[in-house]
Design a protein around this ligand. Structure first.
Ligand code: ASP
Length: 341
């Protein structure tokens, strides 16, 4: 009797293993050649608050950014190069809160943060509070590839940038009138530093990020931001924090976040998506949904994330009114802003 039960149990376990293997194989067989997903920040983005011209400008910028990364992935380039170049392009575009177009600190400066992670090696690089580096994402990548460290901040990070020949610019390069006016409105209202409650429109987040899966099956994630309007005391958000704003590991997924950074740090959001998949066996969709639409909603953390898994599945959940976002995979390129699309 016991013996029969034993063999029965073995048979059940083996069927289960074969089923799992089959599902994994099927998923790998249907994996698209490449996938690129981007975001340009989440926040109070409604159709009413945007003119058709503004909307068209954002959609066209998102589409151009997708084309930059897609060209790399299509020709067999790496996910790491695709996210670096896509985010770099978004940093140079003044519409987004990263690089040129970054929001202003309480003192009227632009302090930039960025991070990148290679899912193949799980190497990572991050920079915080830099003020003269044209493309902070390139600096984050240089930290990953040319230093023994993961995270450099402030003047030290800038010295490292200069020593490694990265492009530097005068701080005025990052100035845009729109962001300056947003700071003036916030200062006039006397909003408490770090609060985003008085008029969310001025805190329209606008961080940028990209995640990609390449032909070789490698994943990568990158995020870049000016942080939050009226920030102070060298405040850092989640964007440069590996595990909070950015995470990538070939065994599951690549994630880039945007939103009220303090919450994303507290709940290690990007890593949480990975952990729910790897430890909990969740699908990418379920993992991303649980943290973004349940846990963060419960805690009051506004924002969104983009993610791609090792089989090319995509998730782009957000709990704010809208999120600038888009994706590209063979034969399909799509951009979206509002919740109902
Ligand atoms: N997460 C960024 C920060 O808190 C802001 C954003 O995503 O817009 O610095």
């Amino acid at each position: 009797m016991l013996r029969t039960l034993f063999w029965l149990a073995i048979a059940v376990v083996m069927t289960d293993c074969t089923a799992n293997e089959n599902t994994a194989k099927q998923a790998a067989d249907t994996r698209p050649d490449y996938v690129l997903v981007i975001h340009g920040g989440a926040g109070t983005l409604s159709r009413q608050a945007m003119t058709p011209e503004q909307e068209a400008r954002y959609r066209s910028a998102l589409d151009s950014a997708l084309q930059v990364g897609e060209a790399i992935l299509k020709s067999g380039g790496t996910a790491l190069d695709a996210v670096t170049e896509t985010v770099s392009w978004l940093e140079d575009c003044p519409l987004f809160n990263a690089g040129r177009g970054a929001v202003f600190t309480h003192e009227g400066r632009n302090e930039l943060d960025a991070s990148i992670m290679d899912g193949r090696t799980q190497n990572a690089g991050a920079v915080g509070s830099v003020t003269i580096v044209k493309n902070p994402i390139r600096l984050a990548r240089a930290v990953m590839e040319k230093s023994p460290h993961v995270f450099l901040v402030g003047p030290g990070a800038e010295r490292f940038a200069i020593e490694n020949g990265l492009d530097t610019v005068p701080p005025s390069w990052f100035f845009t009138q729109e962001r300056w006016d947003a700071l003036q409105r916030v200062l006039k209202r006397g909003d408490k530093t770090g609060s985003v409650s008085s008029d969310l429109a001025d805190y329209k987040f606008g961080t940028v990020g990209a995640v990609a899966l390449d032909r070789q099956g490698n994943l990568a994630a990158a995020t870049s931001t000016g942080g939050m309007t009226n920030k102070r005391w060298n405040r850092l958000g989640d964007s440069p924090v590996i595990g909070a704003g950015t995470y990538a590991s070939n065994d599951a997924c690549a994630v880039s976040c945007t939103g009220h950074g303090e919450y994303f740090i507290r709940y290690a959001v990007a890593h949480d998506v990975w952990a729910r998949m790897v430890y909990g066996g969740a699908s990418l969709q379920d993992a991303a949904h649980e943290i973004m639409m349940k846990k963060l909603v419960e805690k009051g953390g506004e924002g969104g994330l983009i993610a791609v898994d090792r089989n090319g599945a995509i998730a782009m959940p957000f709990n704010s009114e809208g999120m600038y976002r888009g994706y590209a995979r063979p034969g399909e390129r799509k951009t979206a802003i509002f919740a109902d699309e």
